[in-house]
Write a protein that binds this ligand. Sequence first.
Ligand SMILES: Cc1ncc(C[n+]2csc(CCOP(=O)(O)OP(=O)(O)O)c2C)c(N)n1
Ligand SMILES: [Mg+2]
Length: 618
Amino acid sequence: MSVKTVRLTMAQAVARFLSRQMTVIDGEKLPIFAGVWAIFGHGNVSGMGEALYGVRDELPTYRAHNEQGMTHAAIAYAKAMFRRRMMACTTSIGPGALNMVTAAAVAHVNRLPLLLLPGDVFANRLPDPVLQQVEDFGDGTISANDAFKSVSRYFDRITRPEQIIPALRRAMQVLTDPAECGPVTLALCQDVQAEAYDYPESFFEEKVWTFRRPRADVDEIAAAVETLKAAKKPVIIAGGGVLYSQATEDLKAFAEKYGVPVLETQAGKSTLPHTHPLAMGSVGVTGTSASNDLAMQTDVVFAVGTRMQDFTTGSWALFRNPEMKIVALNTQAFDAGKHNAVPVVGDAKIGLADIDAQLSGWSAPSAWTEEAKAGKAKWQEASDAVRAPSNTELPSDAQVIGAVQRTLTSAATVVCAAGGLPGELHKLWESGAPGSYHLEYGFSCMGYEVAGGLGVKLAKPDEEVVVMVGDGSYMMLNSELATSVMLGKDARITVVLLDNRGYGCINRLQMETGGANFNNLLEDSKYEVFPNIDFAAHARSMGAITTKVSSIADLEAELEKAKTNDRTTVIVIDTHPLIATEAGGHWWDVAVPEVSDRKEVQDARKAYEEHLKHQRIG
Ligand SMILES: Cc1ncc(C[n+]2csc(CCOP(=O)(O)OP(=O)(O)O)c2C)c(N)n1
Ligand SMILES: [Mg+2]
């Protein structure tokens, strides 16, 4: 058999293959990989570096400043694209590679597609140990990249050039499968990147990926219908899977037809626009009173596309109806079966249609739907009150959110990940179109925000992207600010930096669990010289347009100006570290010490044990 072949290095084969993978969005054929983020070192500069140069017109390479940061940008891009397009990241071996491990976990937890291509040690082992090689005394197969195994959906180490053929095919399966979706790590041995092989030309044929919608089993649909039909107080909990399935219109129609209120997780927020009468907003630990009052009473939770993480379930103490049942529609059986749910394993869009086809005739009692609407009106008053303009010296996060929302409106996409802000945004941000609320709250990784905002902007160059970030998170990872400046107008973001001089939310958590104020706010930490960090100057040094404002009114004026800036803008505002929105919310299981000399801890432990009594055992 004579197969037409082309002689390439392994790295050239990787680059060429990636550039030929396509998808179709709104009738337009586009490369599924929008680009490759790269920081070169000896482990990838000559192999992958040279190969990426060769395909730079079809597959652009972006130079970043920190491997974790660039990977956050890649993840945010895929999330903003509802997993339909994605990016790859390549690094050297050792520190460059391991800087991506935390970000790999972000993609893993959030079920987002991400292709990681770290360099690896020499497969031939001749120059061992090379610079940055970790040496295991008992296992010669271990390299630093083994650390990716626990945070990758698929991991392989490429020790021969032809091995890339099945490995890349498998990578594409994982990246495009709605249930398996997550990070893929292909660790590319440095010598093998440069090694040639006669690859079959067919390997590089253009391939168009579509995203399958698995249909749930008929018996599972029937069981779900039976459970829903018996419901007197049903709620829908909408998770990120609804957005990724692009089923928001279907879910809205379903909720309207049957009068079922919709509660949203962090990943699911923006499924319905805030203005929709059945949109109860956030649920759980950072939930609105509207959602949580319903959740406490509900007899059937219809969970669509959610992992039911502890912030959603109030550590499983939120649901107080002992008869409560869960119907869980999810592409991933692992999620659909949680807590003895009636599982419906399949795509959200198709599953909603199949359930709808058999549910006709049933609807939620109108008194229940009316109770939901009344609860929402009450919540709106509470939300308006905390977000209202104010001239207080140190505004709350909620007041800053109010200012951002008034000036940028629900048309902007808001990006956040860690600190006190995610809880406040979950409760208070009034989201617009699906995807306009972008929270990384699966891993809640400090340092996601600025780089994530850049990734979102690359996905939505024509839309306003506003990053809200605390001083702590900004300090942890801000260097992709320079990348966003460098990439110009299409990468222009607005960053609102809330400086409360420390880890405000953890300080509050410490106080709630009886702890002494210790090691969270800067003032409660060991210091010789109090750090007065000039964030505006710091951001300016990276090329951003910056200001520090001293009032909510000034913040609104600067946000208005930022809209016409041609470059990334950073606006800094000092905020109060102790104020969080009291309305809404729910207990969260954070274990309080059983033994302590402190009265505050003993009291907190007693309260903790009371809360545990409400916890539903799976
Ligand atoms: C990488 C990482 N380290 C630690 C944490 C734990 N953590 C969550 S929020 C937080 C403090 C965040 O501080 P800041 O960004 O200033 O927000 P604030 O709490 O003040 O609102 C910490 C330490 C985390 N989520 N991510
Ligand atoms: Mg802070």
